[in-house]
Structures are given as C-alpha cells and as structure tokens.
Design a protein around this ligand. Structure first.
Ligand code: SAM
Length: 281
C-alpha cells in the first residue's frame, strides 16, 4: 500500500482502518435488480431479498435465465431509493453512468414523471445508454432522456426546474484504489482535496436546478469524510439559507453528522456508500 495513502486514511479511521481495508478488498456482494419493460414477467415474491422493490439474490437471479437483471451493490440502491418519484414531474440524475441507480429510479417512475440522465464521460455515456437499451428494450425513451453533458453547467442553465435531483458524485473510490496498483501508486493527498471541490461545485449546480420544496440526494462511494459530510457542511455554511438538511430513511448502516454511511466492515459486505439529503426552501 502507498505509505501516503495508509497514513492519510489510518489517521481518519484509527483502529477501524485495517478491518475496513480487509472488507473493501473482499469479493463484492452483489444483488440483481429486475428492470421493468413490456416483456418482463413477475418473478416469485419469495425470491425478493430486500424491502426495496424488484431486488433479488445474486445466485437466484443467475439461475433464472432472465435477461432483464442489472447486477449491483445493494447499498447503492438506498441512494436512489431516497428519491421520491410519486407525483414528481422532473427528476435529474446528474452523474448517471453506468446507470444502476438510474434503473432503480426508472422502475418506479409515475406516469407524469420525466427522468433526465446526464454524464460527462463519452465512454460511460454509451455504457449507460446500452444498459438502458438492454434492460428496458428501448422503452426508456418514453419518459427518460440520456444526455452527454457537464452537470456542472446544466444546473446553471436550467435553474428551478427539477423536483428531485440525485448527485452520485465522482469521488476518490478508495475501494478501486485498493484494488488497482497503478491507482494506489499514483494516489496523493491532493486528490481528495480537488475532488471535494468538484463535488461542492456539482452540489451547487444541482441545488440551483432544484425547485423550491424539492429534494437533492448526495452520495459517494468514498470513505473520506471530506468528500461526504465535509461537502454538505460547506454547503450549509455557505448557502444554508436556501436549504435544510434532512435525515435519510435507511434501515442499514451508520449515521454521520449530515447523512448515513453503509460500510462493508459493519454492514455485511454492503457498501461503501455515503448518502445525504438536502431540501430546498
Ligand atoms: C460514481 S459514478 C456514477 C455512478 C452511477 N450513478 C451509477 O449508479 O451507476 C460518477 C460519474 O460521474 C461522471 N461525472 C464526472 N464529472 C461529471 C460532470 N461534471 N458532469 C456529469 N457527469 C460527471 C463520471 O463520468 C461518472 O460516470
């Protein structure tokens, strides 16, 4: 492990650091999300494994020979599940690719809802489109737009338009760093610092795009408080007059000052994910 990485994160996590690293390096526990389309069929209720709808166990799903599953970490679905879709007209997923959280939101859209998915990366935009094409048989186009664009600019161009916004922000993704020797060797303490600035910028854009009374859900898969509570705290300090922080309704994980953390060492291999919610005044 890069000594700078080890020193930085062990200063944050103390005695918990070694156990957290071990849990992050274990094989990921995935679940299968069944995506609705005109050819999808009801699956046996007894195979459901979560209080979240349409979520099945990995092994059961693999044995079913059913083509409309999307495989992902259960914890990440809790971020998407914080977005209220009932009666909400405009929903924006700012950093959507490859699309796991977007597919969860898509499943529960009301008839009157429109979903906008944006991503800046060309490769990831095409991956997102492919995932939606395959899982929805192209039917997503009835209520979902997928756009390759910079979410940092979009919010400023479309103020006060969205009822609900999901910002699953680009982050340090330490799990990936731990698994990838090149990323570990290249890691510097300046990286989380610059990512926190980028996350704050995206959060400001998302909050600007939100209507009064609307809700923004912020998430990352970073284990660094500076990219999580730190970003929310900065926003509340600088622009607290426009938003209130709200507690998330999530049955697993640990509460933090402004959100909830689901980390694999304490949540049976689920996560990592941090989730926080802001409501615009
Ligand atoms: C954590 S990933 C999103 C994962 C996705 N929400 C999911 O559940 O599958 C972050 C994404 O943000 C995108 N991104 C980074 N900066 C962006 C920006 N300024 N505007 C839009 N997307 C951006 C990256 O290309 C990447 O796909």
């Amino acid at each position: 492990m890069n000594p700078a990485f080890e020193a930085y994160y062990s200063a944050i996590w103390g005695d918990r650091f070694d156990g957290l690293v071990t849990a992050l390096l274990k094989e990921k526990r995935q679940v299968a999300l069944s995506v609705k389309n005109s050819q999808s069929k009801p699956l046996p209720d007894k195979l459901l494994i979560s209080e979240l709808p349409n979520v099945y166990g990995y092994e059961d799903a693999r044995s079913l020979d059913y083509p409309f599953f999307y495989y992902l970490d259960l914890a990440s679905l809790y971020a998407a599940a914080q977005i209220n879709r009932k009666g909400q007209k405009h929903i924006w997923d700012m950093c959507a690719a490859p699309g796991g959280k977007s597919l969860y939101m898509y499943n529960g859209l009301s008839d009157e809802s429109k979903l906008l998915l944006t991503d800046l990366s060309r490769d990831r935009y095409f991956r997102l489109k492919r995932n939606f094409e395959q899982c929805t048989l192209g039917e997503y186009q009835q209520n979902t737009d997928i756009v390759m664009t910079d979410a940092l600019q979009w919010g400023y161009k479309h103020p006060e338009l969205y009822d609900q916004v999901l910002l699953d922000a680009p982050c340090s993704s330490e799990q990936h760093v731990l698994e990838n020797e090149g990323a570990m060797n290249a890691w510097k303490p300046s990286r989380p610092k610059s990512l926190a600035k980028r996350q704050y910028g995206l959060l400001c854009s998302g909050m600007l795009a939100l209507k009064s009374g609307g809700c923004l859900v912020y998430s990352t898969c970073s284990i660094n408080p500076a990219e999580n509570d730190g970003v929310i705290e900065r926003f509340l300090q600088k622009k607290g007059e426009i938003a209130d922080w709200a507690r998330c309704d999530i049955p697993i994980g640990e509460s933090t000052e402004f959100g909830q953390w689901i980390l694999p060492d304490h949540s049976e291999g689920c996560g990592p994910i941090y989730i926080s919610k802001l409501v615009k005044r």
